[in-house]
Write a protein that binds this ligand. Structure first.
Ligand code: SF4
Length: 369
């Protein structure tokens, strides 16, 4: 391995290197930087990237864990909203790097702050905001939408804590407006017995989201019309097929899957819930898992004594997360050797302030629940 680099590294140079050379360069840079850097790997990240991660987990967990380190640089192998969350929750001295700026989240991109503010104003114009309406956003949303929820008495939720937060807000408010994942919102609302005709779907491309004033007044839950392109690929017939093919199988899915899939499954829950459930299952048990393929493959490798299938036979991979290739990681890391911070993600102070309010509400309302 070469001595410490002296100039800015060019990404194109890495694209022609072999996988082994790239891996060596990442490890060399990591050893040189020592505790100054922490590499975060989201559960859905590909294996050739996750092998270099210091910490693995879901987006919120990773941001919290990174903020508890003394690392100066947080290299987030995930997608854009995750790196924003790491910047919001990190220490002021920590700088966050997303190795490929093209790694967005198609779900988070389905709700822009302009669309959300416009929807809110439309609700105000027709008097819906005269009742108590709480905006709730899934962690998988932009920092600006988190800040909007902070300003408007709302909160951020994760797929692990959506249930206690719905419980709190359903008791204290007349209505909730949930962004951007309609499926997590619908599946969680259904757990509280909210009928589907009390859940309005807001299409940001139509006046009043495609609803009548009466529907919006009558709704208990307004769901933003967003979805995850990965979890949306699982269909209810996949559940029927795998049950036919593998008798005795337990179907375990993420609540970003559609209502039909969740209704047909045996169990549903967050990524952490899925991992824990499989970890604690007895040997010989059979599982069909409806979540991102890299995570399912790693569970299969970790637990050869259990029979683990991906719920859908076709590839269910997060294509945007896949953009973080080892080449991008090597490039970002080697630039840090000369203190070149590439692809830094910075959330402005005002957005950070209000987003933190929504996140702190989440923490206060879910602690010990
Ligand atoms: S899996 Fe879905 S929600 Fe998660 S980052 Fe990819 S597109 Fe976004």
């Amino acid at each position: 391995m070469s001595a410490v680099l002296e100039k800015t590294q060019i990404l194109e140079d890495y694209l022609v290197m072999t996988g082994e050379e790239i891996a060596e360069r990442i490890e060399f840079a990591r050893a040189e930087l020592g505790p100054r850097v922490v590499i975060l790997g989201h559960h859905y990240q590909r294996n050739d990237v996750i092998r270099h991660a210091d910490l693995t987990g879901d987006s919120y967990q990773l941001s919290v864990m990174a903020s508890q380190t003394e690392a100066e640089y947080i290299v987030f192998c995930g997608v854009h909203f995750m790196a924003e969350s790491a910047d919001i929750l990190g220490k002021p001295s920590q700088r966050v790097i997303l190795p490929d700026l093209g790694a967005g989240c198609s779900m988070a991109d389905m709700a822009t702050i302009e669309q959300v503010e416009d929807a809110w104003e439309q609700l105000r114009d027709i008097g819906v905001l005269d009742s108590r309406v709480a905006p709730i956003t899934y962690m998988n949303s932009s920092a600006q939408i988190k800040a909007f929820c902070g300003r408007e008495r709302g909160v951020v939720c994760t797929s692990s804590n959506a249930v206690p937060l719905f419980d709190h807000y359903l008791k204290g408010f007349d209505k909730m407006f949930f962004f951007p994942d309609q499926h997590l919102g619908r599946n969680t609302g259904a757990k509280f017995g909210i009928p589907l005709d009390k859940m309005a779907l807001w299409n940001p491309h139509e006046e009043l989201g495609g609803n009548t004033e009466e529907q919006l007044r009558d709704a208990k839950l307004i769901l933003w019309r967003g979805h995850c392109s990965v979890h949306g690929r699982f269909k209810d017939w996949h559940v029927d097929k795998i049950r036919e093919r593998v008798p005795g199988i337990t179907v375990l899915v993420h609540p970003e899957c559609t209502r039909e899939v969740v209704e047909k499954s045996d169990l549903n829950g967050s990524t952490s819930f899925i991992i824990k459930t499989v970890e604690n299952a007895p040997p010989g048990t059979k599982w069909a898992i409806g979540t991102e393929v890299n995570l399912v493959n790693r569970l299969r490798d970790r637990f050869p004594d259990k029979e683990i299938h991906l719920l859908a036979p076709d590839l269910c991979m997060c294509a945007t997360m896949y953009r973080i290739a080892p080449q991008n990681l090597a490039w970002a890391m080697e630039n840090l050797l000369t203190d070149n911070v590439m692809n830094e993600i910075v959330v402005d102070e005002e957005t950070k302030y209000f987003a933190n309010i929504a996140l702190e509400r989440m923490i206060n309302l879910t602690e010990n629940k």
